[in-house]
Write a protein that binds this ligand. Structure first.
Ligand code: DC
Length: 232
């Protein structure tokens, strides 16, 4: 990776508003944004479609050899995830896919496949990349790392609203909160690239600020850090 390529990493648990902020920040920085969760979700969807058990390591490894996954950018900067050449955006948003995805994401070959694809994609033009392991595993050397967090009630409410907008008849808010916490526990405790934060991140509580404020804060941090890097 050359130093002229700008990579911004945003990590954090479910429902903290990473995608909204990443999309807005990318537009302000004039680079694409990459929602890595959508890539993992496409694999989760494929497992469900093909009746593959997401907890079975060898079946999942075989599934990867048949995986045709691509991420394209539309003219207005939106990303489209293509599974076997077909856009899967609405289907990957269901709670069923979210659950299968969290389970399939624990396998080491899955993570290697995705990390490799994400590095190649983002290194082409720079990007704002959001997920769970972007600053720890995918781009550990970027000086621009943000970790979003918010109270579980705030995150569950956001997920509930996302599911409603996606046309899912969501279960109760308390059931969504239970699922969100279960997924977070799995994402944070897996052996391979768990969700975790270290001192190289700037932490942002997204329960306390709206997306515009969060993006402004990130832009200020990035500018300040760039100045420091240029002068050093
Ligand atoms: O951000 P999301 O809710 O769309 O992510 C769906 C699942 O994908 C999440 O439970 C964990 C997994 N994931 C991951 O393991 N690593 C990433 N970089 C992004 C998502």
């Amino acid at each position: 990776m050359t130093t002229s390529i700008l990579i911004v990493a945003i990590d954090g648990p479910s429902g903290v508003g990473k995608s909204t902020a990443a999309r807005m920040l990318a537009a302000r920085l004039d680079v694409p944004y990459l929602e890595t969760g959508a890539m993992y979700r496409a694999l989760g969807l494929k497992a469900l479609d093909e009746g593959v058990d997401p907890d079975d390591p060898s079946a999942v490894e075989k599934l990867l050899t048949r995986l045709d996954l691509d991420v394209e950018l539309t003219a207005d900067g939106e990303i489209v995830v293509l599974l076997d050449g077909v856009g899967v955006q609405p289907r990957i948003r269901s709670a069923e896919v979210a659950n299968a995805t969290s389970r399939i994401s624990v396998h080491a070959p899955v993570r290697r496949f995705m990390v490799d694809l994400q590095r190649r994609w983002a290194s082409r033009r720079g990007a704002v990349v959001e997920g769970r392991d972007i600053g720890t595993r995918v781009f550990p050397d970027t000086p621009f790392k943000f970790f979003f967090d918010a109270a579980p009630e705030v995150r569950a409410a956001r997920r509930f609203e996302q599911l409603r907008q996606a046309g899912e008849v969501a279960s109760s808010l308390s059931e969504i909160q239970r699922q969100v916490l279960e997924r977070d526990a799995r994402d944070s405790s897996r052996a391979e690239s768990p969700l975790r934060r270290d001192e190289s991140y700037v932490a942002i509580d997204t329960g306390l600020a709206g997306p515009e404020e969060v993006v402004d804060q990130m832009l200020r941090t990035i500018s300040a850090r760039r100045r420091t890097l240029e002068s050093g």
